[in-house]
Design a protein around this ligand. Sequence first.
Ligand code: DGT
Length: 230
Amino acid sequence: FSVTVKVLNLPKMNNTSKRPFTVFVEGNIGSGKTTFLEHFCQFEDITLLTEPVEAWRNLKGWNLLDLMYKDPAKWAMTFQSYVSLTMLDMHCKVTPTPIKLMERSLYSARYCFVEQIMRNGTLHPAQFAVLDEWFRFIHNHIPIEADLIVYLKASPAIVHERIKQRARSEEQCVPLSYLESLHKLHEDWLIHKTLGECPAPVLVLDADLDLSEITEEYKRSEHQILRQAV
Ligand code: DGT
């Protein structure tokens, strides 16, 4: 599999000893993480790592995302273990700029998605235990760097509407209740801090705004992110 790596101005890299300032972009399905990352294409000091959804849709010809949505009881474990692998790949990727922006992380895979399918009974407790052990092992043995989390906070009803409009074929069966539960898990993890570990300070942006207004909202995060490149 491969993740999309967008790098502008590669020759600028001259500091290999210092690790990059690392930002996770988090938020519910359809909250605008991809649009947020696209906004930062214009900045030369940033490497963007977009989520490997395409890898999930085509692993040696198999569409794991589709299998997971069509038959979660059978495929959620397989899907989730592949998500973990692709996320770990992103965390470990050596990037050539002072700033690294990642779409999602191992943390949201564990504390939002795995948590959700464990709580709703899709995952057998034994399957959950295996995924959780993998997460703990990685967390304890591999340095997962995080300096800032940008949380695109969005109302479940709004992202539900967006998901219907974008019509990604696998997602047509996603009910509002699923998005409401995922929203609550994001809130517990990033705002109330009652779930798992929040590995970095959280900047909350209003992701309910529509495309015509969202650029101004994104700009609110520019300073916090870009000052790290100085
Ligand atoms: P955006 O740009 O905010 O609209 O982001 P999306 O919706 O393209 O990206 P994301 O990560 O929220 O979701 C992509 C699809 O993959 C979506 O159908 C949910 C699913 N997904 C992502 N991560 C996980 C995971 O860890 N477990 C499960 N079950 N599904 C996941």
